[in-house]
Design a protein. Structure first.
Length: 448
């Protein structure tokens, strides 16, 4: 049973029906995940024109294509956390045969290497894709068409090589590594290389001047599976999105996932609506930022995008080569629910203790002429500017010694807060990120 209100469910169904109709998509599946599960889904059209009018379901496999990159990126970061590689390691250190020098893992994850987009050989024309040996040999033949970090340039070739790095460090194929590290722990049982033989959407191309779809072939991407070889279902993608909202250490730590969601490069230089982190698209829609990825293969266009703060994700799966934007569809579904039927905020609960060493620190302190209110919430010291917008989280501190605290989130994360007391033990001043905080507003130098 879904907890999404009936009027909102109707509005969601209207969105997917509208996209299917206007986009002339043979079969479309829209999904909404929150509270740790797939909370709603609706299929429109036909999963296969062999059975007209039977829509895809949440258990229908689609090729998710470049969404595979997000799993590759998580595997790379898990290897980093295990000490098996560094983000500053270069491809030629991890792949000794590589003739391209100075290309770092960080650059590879965020599409800023400057390497060409596809493997050599016109693979999408010939429909023949490299095996592992051919991939590395072709990597050496490929052009570095831009300077590192100069601009965003998407590269399937680079992500295919990241898959080779995963395979070499793990001593097993890329897919075996992904399955053991991610799919099995998250119980994503229908996320496979290619279709698994169960319920599936058949891929089509709908020509622009007729309404008669043409069946698309299923391709074997070989060593390019790491950049786009997976198939999955809305049920499995909901599990993936909910992991991204609330990570489990068995797969990847929350701190590392936060790191992956930090912007590395702006892909949309005109409006700053699309950036890239370490493996994830960072898509701004209004005042919200979603993480996720799109995917495109012959006959399949897909996307999964998550609003991490609320744990709400939209899923778009379409069985056509030319389709409406999957990112727009996925985020439109999520925004509709966030605007019309958001999850209720948890009730406020009183705290139980105030650490005695903080009792006389609480209240207003001034720094750089502006006030900050220091308070205790759930036993932790916090600081917030009265002028801060509601969406901005306070700075939170963790005690690391006597009168010494580390900022663990919010403003000045990582910086120290030091309390200086009078001989009688009364807090006289604070130094936060070395800036002086006093009980009275002072000009710079006025305290000297």
């Amino acid at each position: 049973m879904t907890d999404i209100a009936a009027p909102t469910q109707t509005a969601l169904t209207r969105i997917v029906t509208d996209r299917q109709t206007k986009g002339r998509v043979p079969g479309l599946l829209g999904g909404l995940a929150r509270d740790g599960k797939l909370a709603w889904s609706a299929g429109v059209g036909s999963a296969s024109l062999d059975e007209p009018g039977v829509p895809p379901t949440a258990d229908s496999q689609f090729l998710i294509a470049s969404q595979s990159k997000t799993l590759t990126a998580v595997a790379i970061m898990a290897l980093r956390d295990e000490g098996r590689l560094s983000l500053d390691d270069t491809a030629d250190r991890l792949i000794p045969e590589s003739k391209h020098e100075g290309i770092t893992v960080r650059q590879m994850l965020s599409h800023v290497t400057g390497m060409q987009r596809e493997p050599v050989g016109d693979v999408w024309d010939q429909m023949r894709f490299p095996d592992r040996a051919e991939l590395v040999a072709g990597w050496n033949e490929a052009e570095r068409i831009g300077k590192p970090h100069h601009r965003f340039h998407y590269s399937n070739l680079v992500y295919s090589l990241l898959g080779e790095i995963v395979a070499r460090l793990d001593g097993r194929s890329w897919y075996e590594s992904i399955r053991a590290r991610i799919l099995d722990p998250l119980e994503m049982r229908r996320t496979t290389v290619g279709m698994d033989g169960g319920p599936a959407a058949k891929g089509y191309y709908v020509p622009p001047f007729t309404d008669v779809p043409v069946a698309e072939p299923l391709l074997d991407l070989g060593a390019m599976d790491a950049c786009g070889g997976l198939a999955s279902t809305a049920e499995d993608l909901a599990k993936w999105a909910m992991f991204l909202a609330d990570p489990t250490d068995e797969v990847l730590s929350a701190d590392t996932l936060d790191e992956m969601c930090q912007p590395q490069i702006m892909a949309d230089l005109d409006r700053w609506q699309l950036g890239f982190g370490l493996g994830f698209m960072l898509l701004r829609v209004g005042e919200r930022v979603f993480i996720g990825h799109t995917g495109g293969m012959p006959g399949h266009i897909t996307g999964t995008f998550l609003h991490r703060a609320s744990g709400t994700a939209g899923i778009a799966l379409m069985n056509t080569t030319s389709a409406p934007s999957p990112a727009a569809l996925a985020t439109d579904l999520a925004v509709k629910v966030l605007d019309e039927d958001p999850v209720l905020a948890p009730a406020w609960t009183p705290g139980t203790t105030v650490p005695p060493e903080l009792a006389d620190v609480l209240g207003t302190w001034f720094t750089e002429g502006a006030p900050f209110v220091f308070s205790v919430r759930e036993g932790h010291l916090e600081a917030r500017s009265p002028a801060a917008p509601d969406h901005q989280a306070p700075a939170v501190f963790e005690r690391i010694g006597e009168d010494l605290y580390r900022t663990i989130s919010g403003r000045e994360t990582g910086e120290l807060l030091r309390i200086t007391r009078t001989p009688e033990g009364t807090p006289e001043k604070l130094h936060w990120a070395t800036y002086l905080c006093t009980r009275q507003p002072l000009a710079f130098g006025q305290h000297l």
